[in-house]
Ligand binder design. Structure first.
Ligand SMILES: NC(=O)CCC(=O)C(=O)O
Length: 323
């Protein structure tokens, strides 16, 4: 009798456990699918965690031929994706030589030849494409503008360079962007399936207030198409990349054109990625190449938890605000 009761109880418990087990397994699969863990990326290149992705920076050599520059950008973007990049970045003025006299000649309204090309390629390759920058024509004004596209080919953001490069360094470089370009006025942070990404252009990266505003808007990766030169590049480029990564505890990605000694402006090259600990984890030299780097969003979380700089700000005493 006892044995029967005992064995009956075991049967009942066993079937109940099995049913709980099955329910637990189904619930877990449902949650994993719906919360995004193990979800396929837009590009569908296999099982990948959403908290890691590969960035490819196309450090292309810009020439005095818009069509050739665009064709080269296409070849490099395709190669970057072939090598596993989910986010691809082009440099500042990637289809136009960096010189005031060329900006009006290469400028385009939106949508135009270059932005249509970027959108089409982003859609075909199912990637996020940070389209460097181009001279944008908006009515009578030209801007130095970066367009950002998602894997559906939609433009998810546009940054007009906010700080114009008007400098005159004795024995070094003189440049006055404001001779031809107008000032942008917006902080640009785009939402992606991975994280929020802040986008700024070149000289903008010297202004910690703008970078902090992007961090406060949630950016954990900052991407800056840029074109430093042979005066300020060796002196400041690496330091700024590390400093901006460190102040905001973000991945900081700076994309330069390759150096072209036949052009009037000699780009520094040295595209780089710094991690939130302020270390440069990938860096190019000056020649044309694609630079790759891994972004690990767990690392941002870990460093921000261990060293909570953003939380320790004394916003009772000071603040950085967007006007
Ligand atoms: N294109 C630029 O904004 C150049 C910025 C630069 O070289 C710098 O030193 O800052």
């Amino acid at each position: 009798m006892d044995t029967d009761v005992y064995s009956t109880e075991i049967k009942i418990d066993f079937s109940t456990d099995l049913s709980y087990l099955l329910r637990f397994v189904f619930l877990k699969i449902f949650l994993l699918e719906n919360l995004g863990y193990n979800k396929r990326t837009e590009a569908g290149r296999g099982e990948e965690k959403m908290n890691r992705f590969t960035i490819g920076i196309c450090q292309l050599r810009v020439e005095e031929d818009k069509k050739k520059n665009i064709e080269k950008a296409e070849r490099m973007i395709r190669e970057a994706v072939h090598q596993g990049s989910q986010v691809v970045v082009l440099p500042e003025m990637f289809q136009c030589p960096y010189e005031n006299k060329y900006f009006p000649l290469y400028a385009e309204e939106y949508p135009g030849e270059t932005t249509t090309f970027l959108s089409r390629l982003a859609q075909e390759l199912k990637i996020y494409l940070i389209g460097g920058s181009i001279p944008e024509r908006a009515g009578d004004i030209l801007y130095n503008t970066s367009y950002i596209f998602d894997g559906k080919g939609q433009c998810i953001g546009r940054h007009r360079k906010m700080h114009l490069f008007d400098i005159d360094i004795e024995g070094g470089i003189r440049f006055k962007e404001s001779d031809t370009l107008g000032y942008g006025g917006e902080v640009t942070v785009v939402d992606t399936e991975y994280c929020k990404i802040g986008v700024a252009i070149c000289y903008d990266m010297r202004f910690p207030e703008l970078m902090r505003l992007m961090a406060l808007e949630g950016a954990v990766v900052m991407i800056v198409p840029a074109a430093f030169n042979l005066t300020t590049g060796p002196a400041h480029w690496d330091i700024l990349i590390k400093a901006r990564a460190l102040d905001n505890q973000v991945y900081f990605v700076a994309a330069s054109p390759a150096r072209n000694m036949d052009a009037s402006y000699h780009a520094y090259g040295h595209s780089a990625i710094a991690n939130p600990w302020g270390e440069i984890v990938a860096q190019a030299h000056e020649e044309e190449m694609i630079l790759y780097g891994e972004i690990d969003l767990d690392k941002v979380k870990k460093i921000r938890k261990e060293l909570p700089l953003l939380k320790h700000r004394r916003i009772d005493l000071y603040d950085v605000i967007k006007k």
